[in-house]
Design a protein around this ligand. Structure first.
Ligand SMILES: Cc1cc2nc3c(=O)[nH]c(=O)nc-3n(C[C@H](O)[C@H](O)[C@H](O)COP(=O)(O)O)c2cc1C
Length: 245
């Protein structure tokens, strides 16, 4: 294993930070590292809004279910999928409008995720801790209004960054043989695979040093997925010019 692979395997979300700030130069380096990610057709369909203003931060934290770390993180970034520049390029070179194709929504969503993951990995490489915040999609219209996001831009998720004030264990991932298929997808294995992973996670939750729980993977996963359907997303995205066809 090399240092990069070891670092990737040691990721854990950090939700408690010391009071130390993050230098602007370092933040710029992290954003540049984010921009190093591959980009579908090189559209670079993302923007980042750093939320410094305390009132705006509080409004976004409330919209995101009042997660303490959103209020407290030294740096909070809103990672946006952004087709505004692409729309300009289409209008400029072909005189056409961007028509809200599902494919373009997917390309922008993948682009922003790859960029954001690069930012997180770069941050962790210098000792920072980080956690993504999908909670902002509880109320994406409020987040868009607070940040003046235009049409063709949507807030995909947030990113809290700070110097860690906790040292949680790494959560065991699914065994590689559950994820890596050969030549064909073997759907017949799913029941047995989920049972196996439930055993692994039950053991992890019972033994971890903080916040021990009696649960497995299926139970919280089912609750999270069924509890977070965010029915407003399709109409919100439609109103911002996405997913129209
Ligand atoms: C897109 C995305 C959104 C997330 N949203 C939240 C969130 O709103 N609040 C939170 O505390 N963690 C959030 N997380 C962190 C996950 O809960 C975490 O990555 C997962 O439980 C695995 O734990 P680990 O990151 O410590 O390995 C999010 C992660 C991703 C990838």
């Amino acid at each position: 294993m090399n240092a990069v692979i070891e670092q990737l395997a040691s990721h854990r979300s950090i939700r408690r930070y010391t009071g130390r700030g993050i230098d602007d130069d370092l933040l710029e380096d992290l954003v540049r590292a984010g921009q190093g990610a591959a980009s579908s057709s090189f559209i670079q369909a993302y923007s980042i809004v750093r939320v410094r203003d305390t009132d705006k931060r509080a409004r976004i934290a409330a919209a995101a279910g009042d997660q303490r770390w959103v209020r407290e993180a030294p740096v909070f970034l809103v990672m946006c999928a952004d087709l505004l520049r692409v729309a300009r390029a289409v209008r400029k070179s072909r005189g056409e409008q961007l028509a809200g194709w599902t494919e373009h929504f997917l390309a922008a969503s993948v682009d922003v995720a790859l960029m954001a993951q690069n930012v997180m990995v770069a941050a962790e490489s210098v000792g920072l801790g980080a956690v993504f915040i999908g909670g902002i999609r509880n109320d994406p219209m409020t987040v868009s209004e607070v940040l003046d996001l235009p049409e063709h831009v949507y807030p995909a998720f947030g990113l809290c960054l700070g110097w860690p004030d906790q040292d949680p264990e790494v959560k065991p991932r699914m065994p590689v043989d559950m994820i890596l298929h050969e030549d064909r997808y073997d759907a017949a294995r799913v029941e047995c695979d989920v049972d196996r992973y439930d055993d692994i996670m039950r053991e992890y939750y019972a033994a971890r040093s903080e916040n021990q729980r009696t649960t497995d993977w299926s139970t919280p996963t089912a609750n999270a997925v069924q509890g977070k359907t965010r029915e407003h997303m399709l109409s919100f995205l439609n109103a911002r010019g996405f997913l129209k066809r």
